[in-house]
Design a protein around this ligand. Structure first.
Ligand code: NAD
Ligand code: ZN
Length: 256
């Protein structure tokens, strides 16, 4: 396990593994965007103290499909707060490092739980948006879809210009299953295997982000975790950096 005092040596070791790797997987969570000043829900830089919203319910309930259906105005209030938190934010050193690792000889896959599009904006080309994208807006009734840079033009419960149905962002609300398309595409890449697997800035609460790590550990593929807090996968990691994502990835790339 790496701590600050041993970080240089360990970063060098991971850098050497990366240099040789041909297929690299990064599993990312809200912590990767924390250094872009987008607060996480849990852990370091948490947006919700004790997980509670000002409406007295846990954020998982405010952002659930049940709340969206029963009280869309309340769900949209928290979706709009999320949008405010990502508005005009730009990729940080962690997003940029992952994109820079893409070379003709090395494929870099990013399976992200983030909905802020910052991996794509940094230049990552193979991004699986497991939880969708907050800027894509869909109609719940018809096939209307639009990509919005901000929610400024939206009313508190926006309606479809084609059919007056409720609009919603194309994100996975709590209580919903993952979009089949992202899951299938990610499964296909997983079946081809990876040489190195990173888990960065995620609490690793969902099986679909834990499973690829467990699979790698079983197959003897090195696993690297970057997260200031320990998580359910920390024990499986061959290399663990209890550090912010940006500076750690920068340090690793210097060791390549
Ligand atoms: P999460 O479960 O992935 O937790 C965030 C993790 O990031 C924590 O383990 C924390 O210790 C770690 N972390 C904090 N700062 C870090 C840093 N600088 N470097 C590395 N790791 C760091 O995510 P969550 O915040 O509980 O959010 C739940 C879900 O809500 C997400 O999966 C996502 O769908 C959505 N969300 C998205 C964004 C975004 O798109 N940027 C932000 C907040 C929440
Ligand atoms: Zn419609």
């Amino acid at each position: 396990m790496a701590n600050r005092s041993s970080m240089d040596g360990t970063a060098g070791e991971v850098g050497r593994l990366l240099k040789r790797a041909r297929r690299v997987l990064f599993i990312t969570g809200a912590g990767v965007s924390a250094e872009s000043h987008i607060p996480t829900f849990r852990g370091a830089t948490a947006a919700f103290a004790d997980g509670m919203t000002e409406d007295g319910m846990p954020f998982e309930e405010a952002l659930s499909i049940d709340t969206f259906q029963a009280n869309p105005k309340l769900a949209w209030k928290y979706l709009a707060l999320l949008e405010m938190s990502i508005r005009s934010k730009t990729p940080n050193a962690a997003h940029i490092a992952m994109a820079a690792l893409q070379t003709p000889g090395r494929s870099v896959f990013v399976a992200t739980q983030n909905i802020d599009e910052l991996h794509q904006r940094a230049g990552s080309r193979m991004v699986y948006e497991l939880h969708g994208n907050l800027r894509r807006i869909l109609c719940t009734q018809c096939n209307y879809a639009v990509h919005l840079e901000t929610y400024e033009s939206l009313t508190p419960v926006p309606q479809c210009p084609q059919c007056q149905g409720w609009l919603r962002p194309d994100v996975v609300l709590y209580g919903e299953t993952l979009p089949a398309s992202a899951q299938e595409a990610f499964q296909k890449e997983q079946s081809q295997g990876f040489d190195l697997v990173f888990s960065v800035g995620t609490t690793s609460l969902f099986f679909y982000v834990v499973d690829p790590v467990m699979r790698a550990a079983r197959q003897g593929i090195p696993v690297v975790e970057i997260n200031p807090d320990s998580t359910p996968i920390s024990e499986l990691a061959n290399f663990r950096f209890a550090q912010p994502a940006g500076e750690t990835l920068d340090g690793i790339m210097k060791g390549m």
